[in-house]
Design a protein around this ligand. Structure first.
Ligand SMILES: NC(=O)c1ccc[n+]([C@@H]2O[C@H](COP(=O)([O-])OP(=O)(O)OC[C@H]3O[C@@H](n4cnc5c(N)ncnc54)[C@H](O)[C@@H]3O)[C@@H](O)[C@H]2O)c1
Length: 174
């Protein structure tokens, strides 16, 4: 059985990714600074490099649709997430010869505690409902939408897909 490591898997998108990969048959280890108490959950701060081991040959980084659109008053976040996209492309070139693929999923407006916190602080430039009106599929994203993309990208059949930025955003920021 293959093991998947989901960082930040204690909440929101990461929690849904962990649930989806368990359903797909992976043994899932969750690394989070605030684990929710489930099986194979480890209290790990992913900024503490020594505590993070390398995983099997698929890496999916979570960036942000704000790297396409920009986001007022969140310049450091957008800059950091743009770095994640660049890191993804460079690591794909470095690790391709070893059979390791590296892709990124930039989510857009996924209804999680983080999005609701950003709405509460007035960082979204409108309410979640107003954003839904501007989203072609007319709904907010669900953590499971991101989990489905991750499930695809780490699958055996996705071995020829690497260095890609796969937007999951309901049709915005295409
Ligand atoms: N929700 C959205 O609309 C949206 C949009 C764009 C990008 N994202 C990205 O998706 C990812 C997940 O966001 P979410 O909305 O599920 O947020 P969330 O706040 O619901 O969950 C984040 C999880 O990460 C954990 N965490 C934070 N710092 C950590 C650290 N140093 N080490 C280990 N775990 C840590 C938290 O404890 C929490 O369980 C983030 O990278 C976020 O930037 C989310």
């Amino acid at each position: 059985m293959r093991t998947a490591v989901v960082t930040g898997g204690g909440s929101g998108i990461g929690k849904a990714v962990a649930a989806r990969l368990r359903k797909d048959g992976y043994q899932v280890a969750v690394f989070d600074i605030a684990p929710s108490g489930g099986e194979l959950e480890y209290k790990v701060d992913v900024t503490d490099r020594a505590r993070v081991d390398a995983d099997w040959g698929r890496i999916v980084n979570i960036s942000s649709s704000s790297t396409h659109s920009g986001q007022p008053f969140m310049s450091s976040y957008v800059a950091a997430k743009s770095g994640v996209n660049g890191l993804t492309k460079s690591l794909a070139l470095e690790y391709g010869p070893q059979g390791i693929t590296v892709n990124a999923v930039p989510p857009g407006f996924v209804n999680t505690p983080m999005l609701r916190r950003a709405e509460g602080k007035g960082l979204l430039g409108g309410t979640i409902e107003e954003h839904i009106e501007r989203t072609p599929v007319r709904r907010a994203g669900r953590p499971e939408d991101i989990a489905a993309a991750c499930s695809f990208l780490i699958g055996e059949e996705a071995g020829y897909i690497t260095g890609q930025i796969l937007g999951v955003n309901g049709g915005r920021n295409t």
